[in-house]
Design a protein around this ligand. Structure first.
Ligand SMILES: [Zn+2]
Ligand SMILES: [Zn+2]
Length: 482
């Protein structure tokens, strides 16, 4: 098939760099052009690209170890609830092609497996279901959803059609393995892509082009609520910011206001912007969340601090009524689920179910890598072995595991240069005015849920300690197009 030709929409030259590329979006007139034996076919214009933080852009180059690649194209996908994410089509110098995505501080790179391993039909999968990929080991489903193709750019190994629904599942596997099962619309042959999760430091991106949309710079953003300067420590990884001065929540890429909260309802014990070294890694505190749950008609609150470490991604510090925990994400395939839900295994130890709750986000400040929303909730389960905890969070057909060992406040205080006095979140105090509002809201929400017949399950252990980590119930996942 031709490696080049003329755009049937505007006559501009169209060039295909990869033999595997099936289509290209004309950069001049946005017509999608399909490559056929008979020449170039006009598939119509694609919708405008949505604003999105651009950690990778079409035209960039990069490398994983000594495997060099070019970013040849991208597809934008959308969940029902508004989350847009991108997947980039990589052409490697050795002639292979793959998909790259970025979510929750990690890159995921995958290659198509041929012939496709056998997998269950899309309507028969569930969270944590094991899938045997033969020599690649047993993977576990951590997300299964559908997404709509919203837009595209550059070359792609399939012909994108805006509005097409794609059914997919993401899986975790051994040795930081990552895979996607793509059922397409459910009528075409299933495709399987297998690869790895990579730390940012394990994948090099060389920016070769100007970012096509409003890029988030470390300096220069202003709060659309109050005009205060917003310093963005997490750069292009950040989807939303809650202004520390006025509480306004805004979208970083579009700078649209999403919601307003009261200003300075609570002061984080570790200031946003504080930097320090924990576990031999430098982190900056970039976000703060006040969360709550209800147990036997009593409201329990806790605080979560989002940390960003260049090269390693995101971590959390959680203040659970004076017990602090340092929280790192886990690959779900590293968890032994044979005793689930009464216990799980991790790192050769057995963790017993300690409690189960529904955690609500009541107030946020700072930067977040997902489309954070006040009122969002997750189903949390904590499993403990002594003071060590493994946490499971589930919501919206996705599940996240994390490791949350206790960490003394004195270590945190020293790392961030804070006074080493006994510290607990001021928000745990019943005299906090904002908490009264939070309590009222949580009760209202629970009453509504109860009326709807949805029951909040609380563990039988009687331990009322709430969940240890809140993270994103929004998309952030990835599917692979075809
Ligand atoms: Zn054109
Ligand atoms: Zn503001």
């Amino acid at each position: 098939m031709a490696a080049q030709g003329q755009c049937p929409g505007c006559g501009a030259p169209i060039e295909f760099r990869m033999g595997a590329s099936v289509s290209a979006v004309c950069p001049y007139c946005t017509t999608t052009v399909r490559r056929t034996d008979r020449g170039l076919e006009n598939l119509g214009k694609v919708a405008a690209l949505a604003d999105s933080p651009a950690i990778v852009a079409v035209g960039d180059s990069g490398a994983i170890g000594d495997q060099r690649f070019h970013v040849l194209g991208k597809v934008q996908l959308q969940h029902d609830m508004g989350g847009v994410w991108e997947e980039w089509y990589l052409g490697f110098d050795n002639g292979q092609w793959g998909w790259l995505a970025y979510a929750q501080g990690l890159f995921m790179v995958t290659w198509k497996v041929q012939p496709s391993p056998s997998v269950p039909p899309m309507n028969q999968v569930s969270l944590e279901m094991p899938i045997n990929f033969g020599p690649r080991g047993i993977f576990r489903i951590v997300e299964y959803k559908n997404a709509t193709i919203a837009s595209a750019q550059g070359e792609l190994p399939f012909a994108p059609k805006a509005g097409d629904i794609r059914y997919y599942a993401d899986l975790h596997g051994p040795q930081q393995g990552f895979a996607t099962i793509d059922w397409g619309q459910g009528t075409e042959p299933v495709e399987v892509f297998i690869g790895y999760q990579l730390l940012e430091s394990q994948l090099r991106i060389t920016e070769q082009v100007e970012r096509p949309h409003q890029s988030v710079h470390l300096e220069g953003l202003q709060c659309p609520g109050c005009g205060a300067p917003l310093k963005v420590h997490g750069g292009n990884r950040i989807e939303r910011i809650a202004c520390v001065y006025c509480g306004t929540i805004s979208e970083t890429a579009s700078q649209q206001i999403i919601a307003r909260q009261e200003a300075a309802r609570t002061q984080p014990l570790i200031p946003i912007g504080a930097s320090g070294t924990l576990a031999e890694q430098n982190y900056t505190v970039i976000g703060y969340m006040l969360k709550s749950t209800v147990f036997e008609e009593e409201v329990f609150t806790w605080s979560e601090y989002l940390l960003y470490g260049p090269g390693v991604g995101f971590r959390w510090l959680v203040d659970d009524e004076g017990t602090w925990r340092f929280v790192s994400p886990l690959n779900a395939s590293d968890i032994d689920l044979s005793g689930f839900p009464s216990s799980i295994g991790y790192g050769g130890k057995v963790f017993r179910m300690r409690n189960q709750n529904e955690g609500f986000t009541d107030y946020v400040l700072g930067e977040f890598y997902w489309k954070v929303q006040v009122g969002e909730s997750t189903q949390n389960m904590d499993f403990s072995n002594g003071s060590d905890v493994v946490s499971r969070e589930a919501g919206s057909n996705e599940v996240h595991y994390s490791h949350a060992p206790a960490i003394p406040w004195s270590v945190i205080a020293q790392a961030f240069g804070l006074p080493n006095t006994a510290a607990s979140s001021p928000t745990s105090s019943a005299s906090c005015r904002g908490c009264v509002t939070a309590v009222a809201w949580v009760i209202v929400i629970l009453v509504v849920l109860a009326l709807l017949g949805i029951f909040v399950c609380v563990g039988e252990s009687g331990d009322s300690s709430p969940g240890v980590r809140g993270s994103p119930a929004y998309g952030g996942g990835w599917s692979s197009g075809k």
